[in-house]
Design a protein around this ligand. Structure first.
Ligand SMILES: *Cc1c(COP(=O)(O)O)cnc(C)c1O
Length: 385
């Protein structure tokens, strides 16, 4: 059925979502299957492999197979949100298991790990994600079952060395899972670097249009741990709706174009504001002076991503005032959409946040970079008047 080959470029695989033609109607787009249940064979078997739509939904398969191809994995699963995908990897562990995770990471997950997951019985060590030796020290051979990474780390964009940390983790008998939401499979392929599992908030770049919530996991191997993750998704019912799964594969077909454009614009914006009189610091892995730049240049391919942060001069008040004065940069949480967003992260994350008070997180969309720069310039000028 598939017309694409393994050696076709990612852009080709993405544009055609692997190129399947629907066999009955010859439709070039996949059908949408709303069925909640599937008929048994007359002898009571389920030879087509599908029983009920909580474990089995064929509408998921276009996005799952495309993601598996892009990440170079063995299999993928769609979830009802990025959080559902992330929490499934922890709920598939056992009480008493030890996990090493970064101190700076997606705050919603960090809060859950420090709260409910700890109460449930997992033990955590939180370390500086950019310090490979900190992972070496935190690993407890035999007891550590999972190392969680997020690179670049949200919202200060520190870079973790996936290959080096995966080697340390594997030597200690632990698996490595990477939240690769910000990097996308266009810029980083964690499984090729040694990771066992890749997670995305499909809400962000994969879908790209800020019109659905979804999550994904891709595994390097279909092993016993993956079976436990599948069981969590099915038993908890953390499944995506059929229509959202269809929208996700549609959004994914422009992933490469959107990520390339956002990365080019983010670099231009970062360079423009890096030595600006009203800006204290620009955090972006693509800037040569950024501490993780050399590692990012090795680990990331084709760009440094569409996310950056600006620390304004004048502290928190100036940062909040800048966000109030932008016209094109929309004040909203989330990231990875076609429209650019600005957010004062500290007000979102609350008093326990490790994020600086003067930090504005920018998600660069696909608008013209010069318009985005001009809008930020006028907002900075008004905020500092
Ligand atoms: C948004 C996000 C999540 C959570 O995903 P949801 O789809 O909102 O549940 C996890 N990690 C990162 C890096 C994110 O940006």
């Amino acid at each position: 059925m598939a017309s694409l080959r393994n050696d076709d470029h990612p852009a080709t695989k993405i544009a055609q979502a692997l190129g399947d033609i629907e066999p009955i109607t010859k439709s070039v787009t996949p059908p949408l299957y709303p069925a909640s249940t599937y008929q048994r064979d007359p002898d009571n078997q389920y030879r087509n492999g599908r029983v009920y739509a909580r474990p089995h939904n064929p509408t998921f398969e276009t996005a799952e197979r495309l993601l598996t191809a892009l990440e170079g994995g063995a299999a993928s699963l769609l979830f009802s949100s990025g959080m559902a995908a992330a929490t499934a990897t922890f709920l598939a562990l056992k009480p008493g298991d030890h996990v090493v995770a970064p101190e700076v990471m997606y705050w919603g997950l960090r809060n859950w790990l420090k709260g409910a997951a700890t109460e449930w019985g997992l033990a955590f060590s939180f370390v500086d994600a950019t310090d490979t030796q900190a992972f070496a020290r935190a690993l407890a051979p035999g007891r550590t079952k999972l190392v969680w990474l997020e690179t670049p780390t949200n919202p200060t964009w520190g870079i973790s060395d996936i290959a080096a940390i995966a080697k340390l983790a594997h030597d200690a008998g632990a698996r490595v899972a990477v939240d690769s939401t910000v990097a996308t499979p266009i810029l980083t392929r964690p499984i090729e670097l040694g990771a066992d599992l890749v997670m995305h908030s499909g809400t962000k770049y994969l879908n790209g249009h800020s019109d659905l919530i979804a999550g994904t996991l891709t595994t390097a191997r279909e092993d016993e741990y993956w079976e436990r993750i599948k069981a969590v998704r099915s038993n908890v019912g953390a499944i995506l709706g059929t229509f959202e799964a269809w929208l996700l594969q549609r959004g994914m077909r422009t992933l490469h174009l959107r990520v390339e454009r956002a990365s080019q614009s983010a670099l231009k914006i970062a360079q423009h504001f890096a030595h600006h009189p009203l800006v204290a610091e620009v955090l972006y892995p693509g800037l040569p002076e950024f501490p993780g730049h050399a590692l990012a240049a090795r680990q990331m391919t084709g760009g440094f991503g569409g996310m950056l942060s600006i620390r304004t001069k004048g502290g928190e008040a100036a940062a909040v005032a800048v966000a109030a004065e932008t016209r094109l940069w929309k004040r909203a949480t989330s990231l990875g959409g076609v429209e650019s967003l600005i957010e004062h992260r500290r007000s979102v994350e609350g008093p326990t946040s490790p994020v600086p008070h003067d930090l504005l997180r920018l998600s660069v969309g696909i608008e013209h970079a010069d318009d985005l720069i001009a809008d930020m310039e006028q907002a900075l000028a008004i905020a500092h008047r």
